[in-house]
Design a protein. Structure first.
Length: 150
């Protein structure tokens, strides 16, 4: 089509497409025009309280190295999953990184669906102190408190 015809065509309204005309060819990677494509689900953040951030920052500075904490889940216990928490010295390319009160929380992609919306706190109860997980996805916890189910 010559350029002059293109300019004339641009002034006319486009005809409405029927579903068959709007279909993409087999094997096409064009999902932007696919009316059945769903938007990617939004990732809820993982947060930590000021008390948890203070504790982590203090420990990292005493340690002399570290970029934050790595939070994940592992299959174990009577309810199926347990939290795992460790200090991280580097950020892996696949990590999801959340930050609160100056502290980074790193989560691997496999653990993220179980941890979305979780708040990490550091609490003192009597003579005991430790991290506490407030996870809105947690449906059940075993009697010993070591494992949980979503």
């Amino acid at each position: 089509m010559p350029l002059s015809e293109c300019a004339v065509e641009a002034d006319r309204p486009l005809p409405a497409l029927t579903p068959a005309q709007n279909a993409t060819p087999a094997g096409s990677a064009d999902v932007a025009n696919d009316s059945t494509a769903r938007p990617a689900p939004a990732i809820m953040s993982v947060t930590l309280t000021e008390a948890a951030a203070r504790h982590v920052s203090r420990y990292i500075s005493r340690r002399g190295k570290g970029v934050g904490v790595r939070l994940g889940v592992k299959t174990t216990g009577c309810s199926g999953l347990a939290y795992k928490l460790e200090y991280a010295d580097e950020i892996a390319p696949e990590d999801h990184v959340f930050e609160g009160h100056g502290v980074k929380i790193l989560i691997d992609p496999k653990s993220l669906p179980y941890l979305e919306g979780t708040e990490l706190d550091f609490v003192r109860e009597g003579l005991n102190e430790g991290f506490k997980f407030r996870n809105p996805r947690e449906r059940d916890r075993c009697g010993c408190g070591e494992s949980f189910r979503v």
